[in-house]
Design a protein around this ligand. Structure first.
Ligand code: NAD
Ligand code: MG
Length: 391
Protein backbone atom coordinates (compact mmCIF):
# COMPACT_ATOMS: atom_id res chain seq x y z
CA UNK A 1 0.00 0.00 0.00
CA UNK A 2 1.38 3.44 -0.96
CA UNK A 3 0.45 6.33 1.35
CA UNK A 4 0.06 9.49 -0.67
CA UNK A 5 0.10 13.21 0.02
CA UNK A 6 -1.52 15.31 -2.68
CA UNK A 7 -0.36 18.92 -2.61
CA UNK A 8 -3.02 20.93 -4.45
CA UNK A 9 -5.75 18.27 -4.40
CA UNK A 10 -8.52 20.64 -5.54
CA UNK A 11 -6.68 21.65 -8.72
CA UNK A 12 -6.81 20.10 -12.15
CA UNK A 13 -3.90 17.70 -11.49
CA UNK A 14 -5.11 17.00 -7.95
CA UNK A 15 -8.55 15.95 -9.22
CA UNK A 16 -7.05 13.71 -11.92
CA UNK A 17 -4.80 12.11 -9.29
CA UNK A 18 -7.76 11.34 -7.02
CA UNK A 19 -9.63 9.93 -10.01
CA UNK A 20 -6.81 7.44 -10.67
CA UNK A 21 -6.42 6.59 -6.96
CA UNK A 22 -10.18 5.93 -6.65
CA UNK A 23 -9.77 3.18 -9.28
CA UNK A 24 -7.04 1.43 -7.23
CA UNK A 25 -7.92 1.66 -3.55
CA UNK A 26 -6.23 -1.71 -3.05
CA UNK A 27 -2.86 -0.09 -3.92
CA UNK A 28 -3.12 3.53 -2.75
CA UNK A 29 -4.39 5.29 0.32
CA UNK A 30 -4.44 9.05 0.85
CA UNK A 31 -2.36 10.30 3.77
CA UNK A 32 -2.90 14.05 3.29
CA UNK A 33 -4.79 16.45 1.02
CA UNK A 34 -4.08 20.17 0.66
CA UNK A 35 -5.81 23.15 -0.93
CA UNK A 36 -5.37 26.88 -0.66
CA UNK A 37 -8.95 28.10 -0.31
CA UNK A 38 -11.54 25.77 -1.87
CA UNK A 39 -12.67 24.42 1.46
CA UNK A 40 -15.99 22.93 0.33
CA UNK A 41 -14.30 20.79 -2.33
CA UNK A 42 -11.60 19.77 0.13
CA UNK A 43 -14.23 18.75 2.71
CA UNK A 44 -15.95 16.59 0.10
CA UNK A 45 -12.59 14.96 -0.80
CA UNK A 46 -11.87 14.30 2.90
CA UNK A 47 -15.26 12.62 3.22
CA UNK A 48 -14.49 10.35 0.28
CA UNK A 49 -10.79 9.55 0.87
CA UNK A 50 -10.51 9.90 4.69
CA UNK A 51 -6.94 11.33 4.84
CA UNK A 52 -5.20 11.62 8.20
CA UNK A 53 -4.39 15.29 7.61
CA UNK A 54 -5.78 18.15 5.49
CA UNK A 55 -3.92 21.44 5.03
CA UNK A 56 -5.38 24.79 3.91
CA UNK A 57 -3.95 28.28 3.41
CA UNK A 58 -5.24 30.25 6.39
CA UNK A 59 -6.52 29.92 9.96
CA UNK A 60 -10.00 31.01 8.81
CA UNK A 61 -10.08 28.35 6.10
CA UNK A 62 -8.94 25.77 8.66
CA UNK A 63 -11.73 26.75 11.03
CA UNK A 64 -14.31 26.46 8.26
CA UNK A 65 -12.97 23.07 7.19
CA UNK A 66 -13.04 21.75 10.78
CA UNK A 67 -16.69 22.74 11.01
CA UNK A 68 -17.58 21.01 7.74
CA UNK A 69 -15.72 17.84 8.72
CA UNK A 70 -17.39 17.75 12.13
CA UNK A 71 -20.80 17.86 10.41
CA UNK A 72 -19.76 14.97 8.18
CA UNK A 73 -18.28 12.96 11.05
CA UNK A 74 -14.84 12.89 9.39
CA UNK A 75 -11.87 12.64 11.77
CA UNK A 76 -9.22 14.25 9.50
CA UNK A 77 -6.87 16.56 11.39
CA UNK A 78 -6.82 20.09 9.93
CA UNK A 79 -3.71 22.29 9.72
CA UNK A 80 -2.81 25.44 7.79
CA UNK A 81 0.18 27.27 6.33
CA UNK A 82 3.50 26.47 4.69
CA UNK A 83 5.04 24.64 7.66
CA UNK A 84 2.09 22.24 7.66
CA UNK A 85 2.50 21.67 3.88
CA UNK A 86 6.16 20.79 4.47
CA UNK A 87 5.20 18.51 7.39
CA UNK A 88 2.71 16.44 5.35
CA UNK A 89 5.26 16.22 2.50
CA UNK A 90 7.99 14.83 4.72
CA UNK A 91 5.97 12.82 7.29
CA UNK A 92 7.21 9.29 7.91
CA UNK A 93 3.64 8.01 7.38
CA UNK A 94 3.74 9.14 3.73
CA UNK A 95 5.67 7.40 0.91
CA UNK A 96 4.65 9.38 -2.16
CA UNK A 97 4.00 13.08 -2.72
CA UNK A 98 2.09 14.46 -5.69
CA UNK A 99 3.50 17.99 -6.05
CA UNK A 100 0.59 19.74 -7.79
CA UNK A 101 0.49 23.21 -6.24
CA UNK A 102 0.74 25.87 -8.94
CA UNK A 103 3.71 28.24 -9.01
CA UNK A 104 6.42 29.21 -6.54
CA UNK A 105 4.11 28.40 -3.60
CA UNK A 106 4.89 24.73 -4.25
CA UNK A 107 8.65 25.06 -3.86
CA UNK A 108 9.04 24.61 -0.08
CA UNK A 109 6.84 21.49 0.28
CA UNK A 110 8.27 19.92 -2.90
CA UNK A 111 11.79 20.47 -1.60
CA UNK A 112 10.75 19.07 1.80
CA UNK A 113 9.49 15.89 0.09
CA UNK A 114 12.73 15.57 -1.90
CA UNK A 115 14.88 16.07 1.21
CA UNK A 116 12.86 13.44 3.08
CA UNK A 117 13.58 10.86 0.35
CA UNK A 118 9.99 10.49 -0.84
CA UNK A 119 8.79 9.33 -4.21
CA UNK A 120 8.01 12.77 -5.66
CA UNK A 121 5.55 12.99 -8.54
CA UNK A 122 6.42 16.38 -9.98
CA UNK A 123 3.69 18.40 -11.70
CA UNK A 124 4.80 21.71 -10.16
CA UNK A 125 7.36 22.58 -12.86
CA UNK A 126 7.88 26.09 -11.45
CA UNK A 127 9.64 24.56 -8.40
CA UNK A 128 12.22 22.88 -10.64
CA UNK A 129 12.63 25.96 -12.85
CA UNK A 130 13.31 28.17 -9.83
CA UNK A 131 15.71 25.91 -8.04
CA UNK A 132 16.79 23.15 -10.42
CA UNK A 133 20.21 22.53 -8.93
CA UNK A 134 18.97 22.60 -5.33
CA UNK A 135 16.08 20.26 -5.99
CA UNK A 136 18.18 17.78 -8.00
CA UNK A 137 20.89 17.90 -5.29
CA UNK A 138 18.27 17.19 -2.61
CA UNK A 139 16.97 14.23 -4.62
CA UNK A 140 20.51 12.89 -5.06
CA UNK A 141 21.42 13.30 -1.38
CA UNK A 142 18.29 11.68 0.06
CA UNK A 143 17.72 8.97 -2.54
CA UNK A 144 14.28 10.39 -3.36
CA UNK A 145 12.71 9.20 -6.62
CA UNK A 146 11.60 12.01 -8.93
CA UNK A 147 8.90 11.05 -11.45
CA UNK A 148 7.81 13.57 -14.09
CA UNK A 149 4.08 14.20 -14.36
CA UNK A 150 4.20 16.90 -17.03
CA UNK A 151 2.97 14.95 -20.06
CA UNK A 152 6.01 15.82 -22.21
CA UNK A 153 8.53 14.83 -19.55
CA UNK A 154 6.64 11.73 -18.65
CA UNK A 155 6.67 10.81 -22.35
CA UNK A 156 10.43 11.40 -22.53
CA UNK A 157 10.94 9.32 -19.40
CA UNK A 158 9.02 6.50 -21.09
CA UNK A 159 11.21 6.82 -24.24
CA UNK A 160 14.51 6.76 -22.32
CA UNK A 161 16.28 3.51 -21.54
CA UNK A 162 15.64 1.98 -18.10
CA UNK A 163 18.34 3.08 -15.65
CA UNK A 164 19.00 6.31 -17.58
CA UNK A 165 21.91 8.07 -15.87
CA UNK A 166 21.24 11.74 -16.82
CA UNK A 167 24.32 11.58 -19.10
CA UNK A 168 22.74 11.53 -22.60
CA UNK A 169 25.94 10.59 -24.53
CA UNK A 170 26.25 7.40 -22.52
CA UNK A 171 22.94 6.18 -23.89
CA UNK A 172 23.32 7.35 -27.50
CA UNK A 173 20.81 10.16 -27.07
CA UNK A 174 21.12 12.96 -29.63
CA UNK A 175 18.17 15.22 -28.85
CA UNK A 176 14.98 15.66 -26.94
CA UNK A 177 12.01 16.81 -29.01
CA UNK A 178 9.41 18.52 -26.85
CA UNK A 179 6.04 18.76 -28.53
CA UNK A 180 3.79 21.80 -28.03
CA UNK A 181 0.18 22.21 -29.09
CA UNK A 182 0.72 25.89 -29.93
CA UNK A 183 -2.21 26.84 -27.69
CA UNK A 184 -5.30 28.82 -28.69
CA UNK A 185 -3.43 31.54 -30.64
CA UNK A 186 -1.34 29.45 -33.01
CA UNK A 187 -3.13 30.81 -36.09
CA UNK A 188 -4.48 34.09 -34.72
CA UNK A 189 -3.31 37.12 -36.79
CA UNK A 190 -0.30 38.62 -34.95
CA UNK A 191 -1.68 42.18 -34.97
CA UNK A 192 -4.78 41.06 -33.03
CA UNK A 193 -2.89 39.33 -30.22
CA UNK A 194 -3.00 42.30 -27.90
CA UNK A 195 -6.79 42.27 -28.02
CA UNK A 196 -7.28 38.70 -26.84
CA UNK A 197 -9.37 38.22 -23.70
CA UNK A 198 -8.68 36.09 -20.61
CA UNK A 199 -11.51 33.79 -21.65
CA UNK A 200 -9.89 33.20 -25.04
CA UNK A 201 -6.46 32.67 -23.48
CA UNK A 202 -7.61 30.05 -20.94
CA UNK A 203 -9.66 28.10 -23.52
CA UNK A 204 -6.98 25.60 -24.49
CA UNK A 205 -7.86 23.64 -27.63
CA UNK A 206 -6.67 20.25 -26.30
CA UNK A 207 -6.11 20.22 -22.54
CA UNK A 208 -8.33 21.19 -19.60
CA UNK A 209 -6.02 22.76 -17.02
CA UNK A 210 -5.73 25.42 -14.30
CA UNK A 211 -5.86 29.07 -15.37
CA UNK A 212 -2.18 29.91 -14.89
CA UNK A 213 -0.83 27.03 -16.99
CA UNK A 214 -3.50 27.72 -19.61
CA UNK A 215 -2.24 31.29 -20.07
CA UNK A 216 1.34 29.95 -20.06
CA UNK A 217 0.32 27.66 -22.90
CA UNK A 218 -1.14 30.56 -24.86
CA UNK A 219 2.13 32.56 -24.55
CA UNK A 220 4.18 29.36 -24.85
CA UNK A 221 6.00 30.29 -21.65
CA UNK A 222 4.74 26.87 -20.58
CA UNK A 223 6.98 25.28 -23.21
CA UNK A 224 9.83 27.54 -22.11
CA UNK A 225 9.41 26.36 -18.51
CA UNK A 226 9.32 22.80 -19.84
CA UNK A 227 12.62 23.26 -21.71
CA UNK A 228 14.22 24.24 -18.40
CA UNK A 229 12.42 21.37 -16.66
CA UNK A 230 13.79 18.90 -19.24
CA UNK A 231 17.29 20.28 -18.79
CA UNK A 232 17.21 19.51 -15.06
CA UNK A 233 15.35 16.22 -15.19
CA UNK A 234 17.34 14.62 -17.99
CA UNK A 235 20.69 16.45 -18.00
CA UNK A 236 20.35 17.32 -21.70
CA UNK A 237 21.95 20.66 -22.73
CA UNK A 238 19.64 23.42 -23.99
CA UNK A 239 21.11 23.15 -27.50
CA UNK A 240 19.86 19.55 -27.67
CA UNK A 241 16.31 20.33 -26.56
CA UNK A 242 14.10 21.28 -29.53
CA UNK A 243 10.49 22.40 -29.48
CA UNK A 244 8.16 21.14 -32.21
CA UNK A 245 4.60 22.38 -32.64
CA UNK A 246 2.15 19.50 -32.93
CA UNK A 247 -1.43 20.81 -32.75
CA UNK A 248 -3.14 17.41 -32.35
CA UNK A 249 -1.39 16.81 -28.97
CA UNK A 250 -1.19 13.07 -29.55
CA UNK A 251 2.60 12.65 -29.61
CA UNK A 252 3.53 13.85 -26.12
CA UNK A 253 7.27 14.16 -26.86
CA UNK A 254 10.16 12.23 -28.41
CA UNK A 255 13.75 11.14 -27.87
CA UNK A 256 16.08 11.10 -30.88
CA UNK A 257 18.99 8.61 -30.78
CA UNK A 258 22.33 8.73 -32.63
CA UNK A 259 21.39 5.73 -34.80
CA UNK A 260 18.51 7.66 -36.34
CA UNK A 261 15.75 6.12 -34.18
CA UNK A 262 13.18 8.51 -32.80
CA UNK A 263 11.05 7.11 -29.97
CA UNK A 264 7.73 8.74 -29.16
CA UNK A 265 4.99 8.22 -26.60
CA UNK A 266 1.43 8.69 -27.88
CA UNK A 267 -1.90 8.95 -26.14
CA UNK A 268 -5.01 11.03 -25.68
CA UNK A 269 -4.40 14.40 -24.02
CA UNK A 270 -5.51 13.37 -20.52
CA UNK A 271 -3.22 13.81 -17.50
CA UNK A 272 -4.48 10.61 -15.90
CA UNK A 273 -2.11 8.69 -18.21
CA UNK A 274 1.15 10.23 -16.91
CA UNK A 275 -0.26 10.24 -13.35
CA UNK A 276 -1.08 6.51 -13.49
CA UNK A 277 2.30 5.80 -15.09
CA UNK A 278 4.21 7.64 -12.37
CA UNK A 279 2.13 6.20 -9.52
CA UNK A 280 2.57 2.59 -10.59
CA UNK A 281 6.02 2.68 -12.22
CA UNK A 282 7.51 0.25 -13.15
CA UNK A 283 4.14 -1.49 -13.29
CA UNK A 284 1.18 -0.31 -15.37
CA UNK A 285 -2.33 0.33 -14.10
CA UNK A 286 -5.58 1.42 -15.74
CA UNK A 287 -6.06 5.20 -15.72
CA UNK A 288 -9.55 5.54 -17.16
CA UNK A 289 -8.12 7.00 -20.39
CA UNK A 290 -9.28 5.41 -23.64
CA UNK A 291 -6.59 4.37 -26.12
CA UNK A 292 -6.13 6.65 -29.12
CA UNK A 293 -7.90 5.85 -32.34
CA UNK A 294 -5.23 6.58 -34.96
CA UNK A 295 -7.58 6.06 -37.89
CA UNK A 296 -9.98 8.60 -36.43
CA UNK A 297 -7.14 11.09 -35.79
CA UNK A 298 -5.86 10.37 -39.34
CA UNK A 299 -3.22 13.12 -39.43
CA UNK A 300 -0.36 14.11 -37.18
CA UNK A 301 1.34 17.37 -38.19
CA UNK A 302 4.49 19.12 -36.99
CA UNK A 303 5.85 22.63 -37.49
CA UNK A 304 8.54 24.93 -36.15
CA UNK A 305 7.57 27.50 -33.47
CA UNK A 306 7.55 31.12 -34.60
CA UNK A 307 9.50 33.11 -31.99
CA UNK A 308 7.88 36.37 -33.08
CA UNK A 309 4.51 34.95 -32.17
CA UNK A 310 5.87 33.27 -29.04
CA UNK A 311 8.69 35.50 -27.69
CA UNK A 312 8.32 33.95 -24.20
CA UNK A 313 9.88 30.76 -25.55
CA UNK A 314 13.02 32.68 -26.42
CA UNK A 315 13.11 34.32 -22.97
CA UNK A 316 13.16 30.87 -21.39
CA UNK A 317 16.05 29.65 -23.58
CA UNK A 318 17.88 32.90 -22.69
CA UNK A 319 17.27 32.28 -18.99
CA UNK A 320 18.52 28.70 -19.24
CA UNK A 321 21.68 29.82 -21.09
CA UNK A 322 22.28 32.58 -18.51
CA UNK A 323 21.81 30.16 -15.59
CA UNK A 324 22.12 31.24 -11.92
CA UNK A 325 19.19 33.37 -10.81
CA UNK A 326 17.79 33.99 -14.33
CA UNK A 327 15.20 31.15 -14.42
CA UNK A 328 13.88 32.03 -10.93
CA UNK A 329 13.59 35.70 -11.89
CA UNK A 330 11.85 34.85 -15.15
CA UNK A 331 9.44 32.51 -13.38
CA UNK A 332 8.49 35.08 -10.74
CA UNK A 333 7.99 37.83 -13.34
CA UNK A 334 5.84 35.46 -15.37
CA UNK A 335 3.66 34.59 -12.37
CA UNK A 336 3.02 38.30 -11.68
CA UNK A 337 2.42 39.06 -15.37
CA UNK A 338 -0.02 36.18 -15.85
CA UNK A 339 -1.97 37.17 -12.73
CA UNK A 340 -2.10 40.78 -13.96
CA UNK A 341 -3.39 39.57 -17.33
CA UNK A 342 -6.04 37.39 -15.62
CA UNK A 343 -7.01 40.43 -13.52
CA UNK A 344 -7.37 42.40 -16.80
CA UNK A 345 -4.67 44.87 -15.76
CA UNK A 346 -2.31 44.23 -18.69
CA UNK A 347 -2.77 43.06 -22.27
CA UNK A 348 -1.63 39.69 -23.56
CA UNK A 349 1.39 41.06 -25.41
CA UNK A 350 2.55 42.91 -22.29
CA UNK A 351 3.17 39.61 -20.50
CA UNK A 352 6.37 39.06 -22.49
CA UNK A 353 7.46 42.72 -22.30
CA UNK A 354 7.07 42.76 -18.54
CA UNK A 355 9.09 39.56 -18.03
CA UNK A 356 11.86 40.85 -20.32
CA UNK A 357 11.98 44.13 -18.42
CA UNK A 358 12.33 42.38 -15.05
CA UNK A 359 15.04 40.05 -16.40
CA UNK A 360 16.98 43.09 -17.68
CA UNK A 361 16.57 44.99 -14.43
CA UNK A 362 17.94 42.35 -12.06
CA UNK A 363 21.66 41.56 -12.22
CA UNK A 364 22.43 37.87 -12.68
CA UNK A 365 23.68 36.18 -9.53
CA UNK A 366 24.43 32.66 -8.39
CA UNK A 367 21.98 30.60 -6.38
CA UNK A 368 23.53 28.97 -3.32
CA UNK A 369 20.52 28.03 -1.23
CA UNK A 370 16.78 28.20 -0.96
CA UNK A 371 16.98 31.60 0.76
CA UNK A 372 18.71 33.12 -2.28
CA UNK A 373 16.04 31.64 -4.58
CA UNK A 374 13.31 33.20 -2.42
CA UNK A 375 15.14 36.54 -2.34
CA UNK A 376 15.43 36.63 -6.16
CA UNK A 377 11.79 35.60 -6.46
CA UNK A 378 10.76 38.41 -4.10
CA UNK A 379 12.81 41.08 -5.89
CA UNK A 380 11.55 40.01 -9.32
CA UNK A 381 7.92 40.21 -8.12
CA UNK A 382 8.54 43.66 -6.64
CA UNK A 383 9.98 45.01 -9.91
CA UNK A 384 7.24 43.37 -11.98
CA UNK A 385 4.51 44.87 -9.78
CA UNK A 386 6.13 48.32 -9.89
CA UNK A 387 5.89 48.15 -13.69
CA UNK A 388 2.13 47.55 -13.66
CA UNK A 389 -0.19 50.57 -13.47
CA UNK A 390 -2.21 50.52 -10.25
CA UNK A 391 -5.83 49.57 -11.05
P1 NAD B 1 -4.81 24.52 -10.56
O1 NAD B 1 -4.84 26.00 -10.50
O2 NAD B 1 -5.96 23.80 -11.15
O3 NAD B 1 -4.62 23.94 -9.05
C1 NAD B 1 -3.66 24.46 -8.20
C2 NAD B 1 -3.74 23.82 -6.83
O4 NAD B 1 -2.76 24.46 -6.00
C3 NAD B 1 -5.08 24.00 -6.12
O5 NAD B 1 -5.39 22.83 -5.38
C4 NAD B 1 -4.83 25.16 -5.16
O6 NAD B 1 -5.61 25.09 -3.99
C5 NAD B 1 -3.38 24.99 -4.82
N1 NAD B 1 -2.73 26.28 -4.54
C6 NAD B 1 -2.80 27.42 -5.30
N2 NAD B 1 -2.09 28.41 -4.71
C7 NAD B 1 -1.58 27.90 -3.58
C8 NAD B 1 -0.77 28.45 -2.53
N3 NAD B 1 -0.36 29.72 -2.55
N4 NAD B 1 -0.43 27.63 -1.50
C9 NAD B 1 -0.85 26.35 -1.46
N5 NAD B 1 -1.62 25.78 -2.42
C10 NAD B 1 -1.97 26.55 -3.47
O7 NAD B 1 -3.45 24.13 -11.27
P2 NAD B 1 -3.12 22.80 -12.14
O8 NAD B 1 -3.51 23.03 -13.54
O9 NAD B 1 -3.59 21.60 -11.42
O10 NAD B 1 -1.53 22.83 -12.10
C11 NAD B 1 -0.78 22.46 -10.97
C12 NAD B 1 0.69 22.34 -11.35
O11 NAD B 1 0.82 21.27 -12.28
C13 NAD B 1 1.25 23.57 -12.05
O12 NAD B 1 2.58 23.76 -11.67
C14 NAD B 1 1.18 23.23 -13.53
O13 NAD B 1 2.17 23.88 -14.30
C15 NAD B 1 1.43 21.73 -13.48
N6 NAD B 1 0.87 20.99 -14.62
C16 NAD B 1 -0.48 20.98 -14.82
C17 NAD B 1 -1.01 20.30 -15.91
C18 NAD B 1 -2.50 20.23 -16.14
O14 NAD B 1 -2.94 19.53 -17.06
N7 NAD B 1 -3.32 20.91 -15.36
C19 NAD B 1 -0.15 19.63 -16.80
C20 NAD B 1 1.22 19.65 -16.55
C21 NAD B 1 1.72 20.34 -15.46
MG1 MG C 1 3.26 19.91 -20.34
Amino acid sequence: MQHITILGSTGSIGLSTLDVIARHLDRYTVYALTAQSRVDELAQQCGQFRPQVAVVGTAEAAQKLRGLLREKGVATQVEYGEAALCAVSSASACDTVMAAIVGAAGLAPTLAAARAGKKVLLANKEALVMSGQLLMDAVGASGAVLMPIDSEHNAIFQCLPAGYSRVPEKHGIAKILLTASGGPFLKRPLDTLDKVTCEEAVAHPKWVMGRKISVDSATMMNKGLEVIEAYWLFGVPATDIDVVIHPQSVVHSMVSYVDGSVLAQLGNPDMRTPIAHALAYPERIASGVAPIDLVQIAQLTFEQPDLQRFPCLKLAYDALHAGGSAPAVMNAANEVAVQAFLDRRIGFRTINDLIARVMDALPLCSIADIESVCEQDRRAREIALSNIQPS
